[in-house]
Unconditional design. Structure first.
Length: 628
């Protein structure tokens, strides 16, 4: 199938165009906001060519096509009439979905994901410096100073980055946020690390009793300050007149929030952060690698749930405190096992489509993105996924026993190697990756996968039995002539004032400017769609044509006012039967166009779909000739 054919099947399996609110895409996935999840035929979508997996998460149905392909598929579904939205629009809509915990974790992700690239870069700088040292190179003093600038700056100004990103997410002015964040690490304050080292530098006592230090490396206090600050700024802006907003709002926000941040929120939540850090380290340092075993075993389950961004907060805290991240190695073990299970499925299966799906998905996992492996392969067959959790747990336990800790976060497995080159742990890291891979592959190959051939035969047999017992046997396409469903004057489809119809994206057909407010059946058919609003009908004729009759342009916005449907979905109708009625005067009064489109939506299934009339049409007149 070509991309257009796949796109048509995707739309049909989504429940049709009318079940889609909007569509957007990211680097790998088509993200669809649907009205009714129950109308999605997930099995059909998951088995379509080029689809690497699909799942419902965060209020979106996400179809994985992979890098490059997703851009082409997005263009095709948009050309076929799906409404678009930006990723930010979809994120705002998705933010309303899920329970409070899921929404909170998504918020953590929105705040910390933009910061990860600089932490990754810092970790790589540490790796390069460590590698040069391990090779016995002595760096000049000025070069050493330069490398310290590269490796320390991100953590010194980390509160500034966190407050900036939090202001951005919660609707404050990001510029105000970053200045507020930098106030927390001002050079005029005692350096937090210098105070903690027990040297000559001590905390400042404001007003004689409030000890204050800079918040270098602090994460949670900066996040809370950002949340409170953004909300406070918006509250101030509501009461300040527009003419002085530019002067007053930033002044009041920075004044009040610097006081709260340095003297209240900072000290209180710095204590809370320390307790979280102590608890995290206690789990990671459990004897016999139990902490790594636990985290490695559940990490990919957490990815499925969509709340894995909680690790971003913990990893950044560990890196800020110790410049070492034990989570990275444990997560690497879990992801390696996931990718290895996918390789096992690809090696064992004789299904060429599954092979072409499994190996790219595994490569994606080894580069740090496991969703194609999870949703495209392992979770579909269940056993590979759960066996990979076992392998990931054992690999995570080994990572803890070996004391592995990366110098950054955000990259794993193959690119993650860079985080262990300079800290003397490269050999242990490669051993852990190898053990995780072998276990994930062996468990899945031996116990986790049965080739699809027998399963596919069973499904096909079940389908044939169902068709036989229900009589729902696919129709062989035949030639037919559709009669007009509307009395009035014919309008060429290309002249319709709606690009979705006039472009032919939804199929070929014709339009009619109505002179009567009655919609008739254009052929003997079954009603496949009957909108409660009465503005549109979908029919499948006995000869296989799928016909959409859409009364007016944008008339869905009338919410049924002036329309009355006379049929329901599943009804059988004869040519000339009344499907519904409408009032053109009310359509015009609403400022809308009552031109009615008659489209053969499965045009691609026929050799030709051609209008056969011009001028005026009366009830029973031939309108469109369809040839198989």
């Amino acid at each position: 199938m070509n991309n257009q054919e796949i796109a048509k099947k995707v739309i049909d399996a989504l429940g049709g165009r009318e079940n889609v609110n909007s569509v957007a895409h990211c680097a790998t996935r088509l993200r669809v906001m649907v009205k009714d999840e129950g109308k999605i035929n997930k099995e059909v979508i998951e088995n379509l060519e080029k689809v690497q997996g699909a799942f419902f998460n965060s209020g979106q149905y996400q179809i994985i096509f992979g890098t490059g392909t997703v851009n082409k598929m997005y263009d095709e579904v948009v050309a076929l009439g799906l409404p678009t939205s930006s990723k930010d629009d979809m994120k705002a809509e998705a933010a309303k979905q899920g329970n409070w915990f899921q929404r909170a974790i998504r918020t953590f992700g929105d705040v910390f994901v933009p910061i990860i690239p600089v932490i990754v870069a810092t970790g790589l700088f540490m790796g390069v410096r460590g590698l040069l040292t391990a090779l016995g190179m002595t760096l000049p003093a000025d070069v050493t100073t330069y490398t310290q600038i590269l490796t320390d700056t991100a953590f010194i100004i980390l509160p500034g980055l966190v407050v900036w990103s939090t202001f951005r997410v919660f609707g404050g002015n990001p510029a105000v946020g970053i200045v507020l964040g930098m106030m927390l690490v001002s050079g005029s304050l005692p350096n937090a690390w210098a105070v903690a080292s027990g040297g000559e530098v001590t905390a400042m006592n404001f007003f004689g009793f409030i000890p204050v230090v800079g918040l270098q490396g602090s994460v949670l206090p900066a996040f809370i300050i950002g949340v409170v600050g953004a909300k406070f700024e918006k509250a101030v802006r509501k009461v300040v007149p527009d003419v002085i907003d530019l002067l007053v709002t930033p002044f009041v926000t920075l004044l009040v929030m610097s006081i709260l941040g340095l003297f209240v929120i900072g000290p209180v939540f710095h204590v809370v952060e320390n307790y979280i850090l102590i608890a995290t380290k206690a789990i990671l340092s459990m004897p016999f690698g139990l902490g790594g075993f636990l985290i490695g075993g559940v990490h990919q389950l957490i990815v499925v749930s969509g709340v894995h961004h909680i690790f971003n907060l913990l990893e950044v805290q560990l890196l800020a405190a110790d410049h070492a991240n034990p989570f990275n190695a444990i997560i690497t073990a879990a992801m390696t096992a996931q990718g290895a299970a996918t390789v096992a499925v690809g090696v064992k299966t004789k299904n060429p489509k599954l092979k072409t799906l499994a190996f790219p998905a595994a490569l994606s996992a080894f580069l740090g993105i496991t969703e194609p492996a999870i949703f495209g392969v392992n979770l579909r067959f269940r056993k590979p996924f759960f066996l990979s959790l076992i392998a990931g747990a054992i690999g995570g336990g080994l990572a803890s026993i070996l004391g592995l800790a990366g110098t950054g976060n955000g990259i794993t497995i193959i690119p993650g190697t860079m985080l262990y080159i300079g800290n003397g742990q490269l050999a242990q890291y490669l051993l852990m990756v190898a053990v995780s891979f072998v276990l994930g592959f062996a468990l899945t190959y031996m116990f986790g996968y049965e080739d699809e051939k027998e399963v596919a035969t069973e499904v096909e047999t079940e389908r044939l039995v169902q068709e036989e017992t229900t009589g729902n046997i696919p129709v062989a396409l035949q030639n037919e002539t559709l009669v007009t469903p509307i009395v009035g004057d014919v309008v060429a489809l290309s002249d319709v004032n709606d690009p979705v119809f006039s472009s032919g994206a939804m199929g070929q057909g014709i339009a009619v400017k109505p002179s009567q407010g009655v919609v008739y059946a254009p052929a003997d058919a079954e009603v496949s769609i009957a909108f409660p609003t009465g503005h549109a009908f979908g029919l499948k004729t006995t000869n296989g044509a799928e016909v959409l009759i859409h009364v007016g342009i944008d008339t869905v916005t009338m919410n049924g006012e002036g329309f009355e449907a006379k049929v329901a979905q599943g009804d059988k109708v004869k040519a000339g039967d009344v499907l519904g009625t409408f009032d053109s005067n009310k359509i015009v009064a609403a400022g809308l166009d009552d031109t009615t489109m008659v489209i053969v939506t499965n045009t691609a299934d026929f050799s030709s779909v051609d209008p056969v009339v011009t001028g005026s049409v009366a009830k029973g007149d031939a309108l469109i000739e369809v040839k198989a």
